[in-house]
Write a new protein. Sequence first.
Length: 257
Amino acid sequence: MKAFAVVLLSTILVPFLQQIPPKHLVDLTYPFDANSVYWPTAETFKLETDFDGVTDKGYYYSAFRYSAAEHGGTHLDAPVHFAKGKLSVDQLPLDQLMGAGIVIDVTKKCEANPDYLVTTADFENWEKQNGRIPAGSLVFLRTGFGKYYSDRKKYLGTDERGAEAVAKLHFPGLDPAAAHWLTENRSIKGIGLDTASIDRGQSTLFESHRTLFEKNVPAFENVANLEQLPAKGFTVIALPMKIKGGSGGPLRIIAMW
């Protein structure tokens, strides 16, 4: 009887339960269009029409072509972006791009300081309330700047384009010391946030990028809808365009629980 119960559980009940859709499913991706946020020096997203209409044979047909820099909109930074010889987009293992997610909420601090750096203390405070960051987590930093995404000046600190605009960028990021603490004391698969860069806008050395990427920890940038996620208890799937040798690429990322 016990053996029958085990067989019933493994062959019928488990597969059935696995087919039940999640109660919560959140798209963490902004649409790619003319309003997508790109670095001031990067080529922005363009969608051009090859054909859109009724063909000479009487059926409707549409086809478009697009172009853009790797790094813009909701996208992934591969480790090779700032660490020579480390993983490119196509080399990242699939299991590194999915797993349990957590959210570190620093919105209040960022409201008072648009150049705020998320500190080691912020991670330690999260752990006091939620327990140790689980090994293999995908970590998200909620700065609150996602609400400004449609307004480049508020989101980036400037709506200017070109090399001279870079010095005028103001948005929060990850403290390099905290990046070092994470890579040395915790085991995470990746880290993302609701700003244009894992390093704050005023960074000139991009030390958080370099620290994370030397350990092959990728970053997700311009992540949408983090305010809809709980502090923990959800699963993330983050699949970038598989660009061979790419330093980054457009990302479709979802959360479910």
